[in-house]
Design a protein around this ligand. Structure first.
Ligand SMILES: [Zn+2]
Length: 533
């Protein structure tokens, strides 16, 4: 019995081996050749046209692009994922409006009279008591938080930490500040204030009047330049419990709060350095009226996904990505078409989907499944891929790798006249095998000059962290990122289709095709066996 069943098993596995080695015989070349410069150009002519107004995340025109991509996925035979080609990405546009602070009937305005290190919503006109505790620090026997039990009072404290008359920090006894005296020392103070029951922290600047005024103005200019509105994951905004305002005020305003003069306040500050112990002041605090209003507008945007189910290893998924959003219209009204960034990657994903779709239609499905995904919100901070990694449509544990294409078809300064190249970043970081697959497939089929310069962890550009593959890599999933480098048209209205070399896009597209073919059909899943920076 045993012998016989062994024999049957052996026969079955021999048959399976025959089946799948028969697959290995399938010639991928004809399918790679369906990835054509003229087709890439046809798709990009639409994706990078003025009518899409730069595909800004959440714009009506980006939705038009999304529908175009989904229609293509359907046409080439890709399946829906959980009933749809669209994964809604739950983003909001968040902005801070109406921030003010009132002391004794005098109203102070945000970014004119004071600034903030952190903001959290506070209902208009909320009245809060203040407790002044010196520097708000704690180390060893020195503590400003001793036995402190607050009922929501705002903690008022000096910024930084006290120095003695020799200029040594009293907590460390040296010229090196403790954790409280460093740039983000306020975070430590906030942590302690919250643990004591405080609802927020108000810091009195360490700067003089002129320097503080300059700091506030600089912040104002920066906010104007980058805009008050910021796109974020909705989840991130749903945890107001963890958030508290940290305001930074002038010495003048602090004196108002403490019913005293600036001279008295500064004298008290000095005494903290000479006494070298925590002292409570005799100042009587005034309550504040605080308003911090936040508005949130939902963003209507989607990752576009198309699925090709595999055969005997279909639970394992190879992901191919590019971002289809771009930066929209400039303040001066010019359209940023983003032909290179990342229209080029988007249309390459369309052609890859078609190539694998054709192979499947001919009976040559890959053994592993492939998810084709054009993601949204990349330009706003890799938001679409971040959302995917937090809400994956297929378990991340079953995700074999991400092959990400962000900018192909252009040359950077170093490759003028030598267009047969591509930068590749990431393939050796998590798997010893992915780089080899890349090198082998390139040598066998494509012959591009592979440039690994930007893969250096010491490269100051840090491109490894700057496109969507990173949201896979940070979850331990091997990635390969294809990129042509930056050029003068990067994020400019001049990033237009006329400048794209489609032969180069075609080569990169075919290289990614051969890699995906190999990775999805080989016997063993790519190993995850290293963790390089
Ligand atoms: Zn990009």
């Amino acid at each position: 019995m045993k012998q016989k069943s062994m024999l049957v098993l052996m026969l079955i596995s021999a048959f399976q081996l025959f089946l799948f080695s028969a697959f290995a015989q399938v010639n991928p070349v004809p399918y790679a050749y369906t990835i054509k410069a003229e087709d890439l150009k046809k798709h990009l002519t639409f994706i990078a046209s003025d009518s899409l107004k730069g595909r800004n995340t959440g714009s009506a025109e980006q939705l038009v692009a999304a529908k175009y991509i989904a229609d293509h996925f359907k046409k080439v035979g890709l399946a829906l994922v959980q009933g749809s080609y669209f994964q809604k990405v739950d983003l909001v546009n968040r902005s801070w409006t109406n921030i003010s602070l009132e002391v004794k009937g005098k109203k102070y305005d945000y970014l004119k009279d004071f600034m903030a290190n952190a903001l959290a919503p506070v209902e208009a006109g909320t009245k809060a008591k203040i407790l002044f505790i010196g520097y708000g620090v704690q180390k060893g026997n020195y503590t400003d938080f001793d036995q402190l039990k607050l009922k929501g009072e705002y903690v008022l404290a000096f910024e930084g930490e006290a120095k003695d008359s020799q200029g040594n920090y009293i907590l460390s006894g040296t010229k090196d500040p403790s954790v409280f005296g460093k740039g983000d020392g306020w975070k430590e103070k906030l942590k302690m204030a919250k643990a004591a029951g405080s609802k927020g922290l108000i810091l009195i600047t360490d700067k003089d009047e002129v320097a503080f005024g300059n700091q506030v103005r600089q912040r104002q200019v920066m906010m104007q330049r980058f805009g008050n509105e910021r796109m974020v994951q909705r989840d991130e905004t749903l945890s107001p419990t963890g958030e508290s305002p940290v305001l930074l005020i002038s010495t003048e305003m602090a004196a108002q709060l403490l019913n005293t003069s600036q001279e008295n306040l500064l004298a008290f500050k000095k005494s903290l350095g000479t006494e070298k112990k925590s002292i409570r002041s005799n100042f009587k605090t005034n309550p504040i009226n605080l308003t911090i209003e936040r508005t949130e507008k939902p963003v209507d945007t989607y990752n576009v996904v198309g699925y090709l189910e595999g055969t005997d290893k279909k639970e394992e998924v190879v992901v191919i990505t590019a971002h289809y959003d771009h930066i929209g219209i400039s303040i001066d009204g010019q359209i940023n078409n983003g032909a290179n960034d990342d229209g080029s990657g988007t249309v390459t994903v369309l052609e890859l989907a078609e190539a694998f779709g054709k192979a499947a239609a001919d009976g040559h499905r890959p053994r592993r499944s492939i998810l084709f995904m054009t993601v949204t919100g990349e330009e706003k901070g890799l938001l679409g891929s971040e959302y995917y990694s937090n809400h994956p449509l297929f378990p991340l544990a079953n995700t074999v790798c991400d092959l990400n294409i962000d900018m192909t078809g252009r040359e950077d300064d170093e490759h003028i006249g030598k267009p047969d190249y591509i930068y590749e970043i990431g393939s050796d970081k998590l798997s010893s095998e992915l780089r080899q697959v890349l090198v082998d497939q390139n040598e066998k089929h494509v012959g591009l000059d592979l440039d690994f310069k930007f893969n250096d962890p010491n490269d100051p550009n840090r491109f490894y962290y700057r496109s969507d593959h990173y949201n896979f890599a940070k979850n331990g999933i091997p990635v390969a990122f294809f990129f042509n480098g930056v050029h003068a048209d990067y994020h400019q209205p001049t990033d237009d289709i006329e400048k794209i070399e489609f032969d180069q896009c075609q080569r990169v597209g075919r290289l990614v095709f051969y890699m995906a073919w190999e990775i999805s059909n080989r016997d063993l899943r790519l190993k995850v066996d290293s963790n390089k920076p």
